[in-house]
Ligand binder design. Structure first.
Ligand code: LFR
Length: 490
């Protein structure tokens, strides 16, 4: 019997269990078996994730998989990065984890780096400065809770631990803590000391693709589950998305387009020089010794917040088609401005930004959406140019994966502005990458290169080529605007 692989992929707004199998034509077939909502809620003064609910949804999804006739499966878990669970002496969580969008870390970078130069921190870790990195979250952590903490577990590691009883710290996600040392490839003692935690509070570091164990007997007794072998995959969703990107050759960049837009390229050695530092590029660790050299861009989060305000009035595709009826580039917005991280009302925030910068204020839903798409495309194009400059190379192809790869309008604008071929798809790259690491681990797929070839043969990828002279001069004007208004962290 062929192996069945379950990819548990949980993002900030939804989670899913995808079943992946290899068919007779050596293609990966993917089927969604269960989907559920995710989001943080205010509790005890902070924005928190409901982690027990997420675990319960995974078990419900596995029951559905058993009911569909699967007696035995492999399973991998990926989620968003940087957030963690504090586990007490009794092996139980001390509190629900706080979301990285919580405002507790708003000033943490400045506070923590007041006596520790940023350049020094960057040399050590190669990680971009984002105020929600685990380092800053731990800096702001409740001291009494930290004192009771036996182990600090990243979200997907914690879920794996609850399911199997086995604890590890997987590196693709652990690198986003900004506490791993690039040279030694271990936790950095100085940085841990700075936030009053100790190496012994983290379970041992493992690479993506390491078997974890069986789902514990107590879960098997209380739920009707298949026999499930958990494999520690590239547990950071962005790491899985990059594994699942069908890049070919050496001149491709990726854009993992979901709640966040993660734009960058895959490297075999990290790049933590001056230019990378000045542009706040990160070297997150990837599967198989790679590095994700990328920048976090605010992404579809902005559109998701706008849609939430409109409620059920419009679907995403209706909003996209309304946008398509509007003229692009009516206003320039620095979408990475901190004010868009977690505003009370995203529409008003965008409008206020336009007012403050003396630009046309978008009012209608189509105008708002076009303002978002235009500025995402501009931001992407600007970063593709930066990547070329930092790495002294020319990236010819941008592989866009994730939910955002379905937005043809955005793909086309990006291709034209960045002057690159855009290859769009698969939209479930994260689940595909999650499953691929499992398949390589069991020996069903030889290696990453063979796996990416398989992905290219399995999914319908769409190509977009630059349209000559379409938006001449717009990118340059946007760059001038950013020079005057950008609030880059470095
Ligand atoms: C994407 C992502 C990004 C990370 C952000 C916060 O879902 O994992 O890579 O920077 O969420 O965890």
């Amino acid at each position: 019997m062929e192996n069945a692989y379950v990819a548990v992929d949980i993002g900030a707004s939804s989670g899913r269990l995808m079943l992946a199998e290899i068919n007779n034509q050596q293609q990966i077939q993917l089927k969604e078996m269960h989907r559920f909502k995710n989001g943080f809620k205010k509790a005890d003064g902070h924005d928190r994730w409901n982690i027990d609910y997420l675990i319960h949804e995974i078990l419900t999804g596995l029951e559905k998989i058993k009911a569909a006739g699967y007696q035995q499966v492999y399973l991998g878990i990926d989620t968003w990065a940087v957030d963690y669970v504090l586990v007490g002496q009794d092996g139980k969580k001390l509190a629900d984890p706080i979301s990285y969008r919580d405002h507790r870390t708003d000033h943490a970078i400045a506070d923590l780096t007041s006596d520790l130069p940023k350049s020094y921190l960057y040399k050590k870790t190669g990680i971009q400065f984002l105020d929600f990195n685990t380092l800053y979250q731990l800096y702001e952590e409740n001291e009494a809770l930290l004192e009771q903490t036996k182990q600090i577990m990243m979200i997907p590691d914690y879920i794996g631990y609850v399911l199997t009883g086995k604890a590890v710290t997987e590196v693709t996600n652990a690198s986003t803590t900004q506490m791993l040392n690039l040279q030694g490839r271990l936790f950095d003692e100085d940085l841990l000391a700075k936030v009053n935690v100790h190496d012994s509070q983290f379970a041992k570091l493992v690479e993506a693709g390491t078997p974890l164990g069986q789902i514990s007997a107590n879960w098997m007794e209380s739920f009707d589950l298949p026999e499930t072998q958990v494999i520690t995959v590239a547990t950071h969703d962005t790491a899985s998305a990059v594994v699942g990107t069908p890049g070919v050759g050496h001149d491709w960049a990726f854009l993992s387009s979901g709640t966040w837009s993660l734009l960058g390229t895959e490297l075999n050695t990290p790049e933590n020089g001056q230019l990378a530092f000045e542009n706040n590029y990160t070297n997150e660790w990837g599967a198989y010794g790679t590095y994700r050299f990328l920048k976090n861009i605010m992404g579809l989060w902005i559109a998701q917040c706008v849609k939430r305000i409109y409620g059920d009035q419009y679907s995403f595709s209706e909003l996209a088609s309304l946008a398509g009826q509007e003229k692009p580039f009516q206003q320039f917005i620095d979408i990475n401005d901190e004010r868009f991280v977690n505003p009370d009302n995203m529409i008003e925030e965008i409008q206020q930004y336009c007012r403050e910068t003396g630009q046309a204020v978008p009012e209608m839903p189509g105008e708002i959406m076009m303002a978002i798409y235009s500025n995402l495309a501009l931001f992407y194009a600007n970063e593709v140019q930066k990547l070329d400059a930092i790495l002294d190379c020319h990236l010819n192809t941008l592989n866009i994966v994730g939910g955002g790869s379905n937005i043809a309008l955005l793909n086309q604008m990006t291709s034209t502005l960045a002057n690159v071929t855009v290859v769009a798809g698969p939209n479930e790259a994260t689940a595909v990458g999650n499953a691929l690491v499992q398949m390589i681990s069991t020996g069903d797929v030889q290696d990453l290169k063979a796996g990416r070839q398989m992905i290219a043969n399995s999914f319908d990828l769409k190509r977009f080529e630059p349209e000559a002279d379409q938006y001449a001069g717009v990118l340059k004007r946007y760059q001038d605007f950013l020079n005057g208004h950008s609030k880059e962290l470095v």
